[in-house]
Design a protein around this ligand. Structure first.
Ligand code: NAD
Length: 352
């Protein structure tokens, strides 16, 4: 007997190889005449080449997107929106670029076409995390959710393997927390298990052959499913802890998620047997925390927070902050076991 509520987010998804050629058609479908293209400085050339193909439908390129969506960058982009009289946004890139598009859409309600080139999954959520005066604040609104996602496997081929691994594990973290979310439901669980399995299967193939289109396609497909999970149910300890650690120590987003996830799974394991059975099935493991740790380590990810830039004396400060703002988690939050969790993650010790 199932009792559940399922909240699906509206949005159109185009998935495949060479799908970027559908851009003009999608802009037309949305009635967009004047697209402003967004990118990071690193992807400016790639975005400019795509903008060029749009001809007069593209009115400019703003390529200053930055991690954690600082509001001063958004303010600068808003001036360009006004100057160019843009009536739509095209974000080409990872979570940082997509975050900028969402921040502009939140302020203007402009329609967004998003072309994700990492596995972070932001494109599938109505959530925006922006940073003002060093504090990251999260908002959720229907205007934040992109109208169209174009997944083109070709555009992910340049994502370096190490980033592919951590970005893929970041996606798996959404699925794992969705499996034991307070609002979890059978539909989200199906997507979470399938998404985890697609990523866990694809990444080892990429380790052998980074040019495998079918493995890239599997990982991107999994990333979409995991992103949908993130956008459909609330997250728990893992995401809250990463939010705290990332903000306090300016740690890189995807790498941080990769290093913390196995330890949170060990913390929540006994309280979430059904979710853990699904994680095991998806990974082909017998113990989920070890399974995640071993997968990431085998793929070469950095597993110690100290190697990502965290200081050891920050463990207690992070605990203070993480415990100061209570939130739901399948296992109640207690300082001592959480301290052990963070100490293990700090040193990159395999979870017990
Ligand atoms: P990112 O967008 O910061 O990208 C990292 C770097 O990789 C950038 O320099 C980018 O230009 C480059 N890059 C991206 N795709 C590439 C490709 N195919 N080839 C070569 N280089 C490429 O990293 P991310 O992990 O995708 O995003 C992290 C940000 O997204 C964080 O700010 C995080 O908070 C946010 N995020 C938000 C949500 C949400 O729902 N709101 C979800 C996930 C992540």
């Amino acid at each position: 007997m199932h009792n559940f509520v399922y909240n699906g987010n509206p949005g159109r998804v185009i998935f495949g190889q060479g799908t970027i050629s559908r851009l003009r058609e999608e802009a037309e479908r949305l009635g967009i005449q004047r697209l402003l293209v967004l990118a990071t400085p690193e992807q400016a050339d790639q975005a400019a080449a795509i903008a060029q193909k749009l001809g007069d439908r593209s009115v400019g390129l703003f390529s200053k997107a930055k991690m954690h969506t600082p509001t001063e960058v958004t303010a600068e982009a808003m001036e360009v929106v006004t100057e160019t009289r843009a009536d739509g946004l095209l974000a080409i890139g990872g979570g940082s670029t997509i975050g900028l598009g969402k921040a502009i859409a939140f302020r203007t309600d402009l329609p967004q076409i998003v072309v994700p080139t990492t596995y972070a999954g932001s494109e599938a959520t109505p959530i925006l995390g922006e940073t003002e005066n060093g504090r990251k604040v999260t908002k959720s609104a229907p205007s934040i959710l992109p109208e169209v996602i174009i997944y083109d496997v070709d555009l992910t081929m340049t994502l370096p393997f190490t980033m592919s691994v951590t970005s893929g594990m970041n996606a798996i973290a959404h699925a794992v927390e969705a499996l034991y979310a307070r609002e979890t439901n059978p539909v989200t669980c199906l997507m979470a298990e399938e998404g985890t399995s697609a990523i866990a299967g694809g990444l080892p193939v990429l380790q052998q052959d980074a040019t495998s289109v079918s493995a890239r396609s599997d990982v991107l497909y999994g990333a979409w499913l995991c992103g949908v999970c993130l956008g459909s149910v609330g997250m728990a300890l893992h995401h809250k802890l990463c939010h705290t650690l990332g903000g306090m120590f300016d740690l890189p987003h995807a790498q941080l998620h990769t290093a913390v996830l196995p330890h949170v799974v060990a913390y929540n394991r006994a309280a979430t047997p059904d979710a853990m059975a699904r994680v095991n099935r998806a990974l082909g493991s017998t113990e989920p925390a070890r399974g995640l740790y071993e997968l990431s380590s085998r793929l070469g990810a950095t597993m110690a927070l100290k190697d990502l830039g965290m200081r050891e004396d920050g463990i207690d400060a992070a605990l203070d902050q993480a415990l100061s703002n209570p939130y739901w988690n399948p296992r109640p939050l207690h300082r001592q076991p959480l301290r052990e969790l963070l100490t293990h993650a700090f040193h990159g010790i395999a979870p017990l």
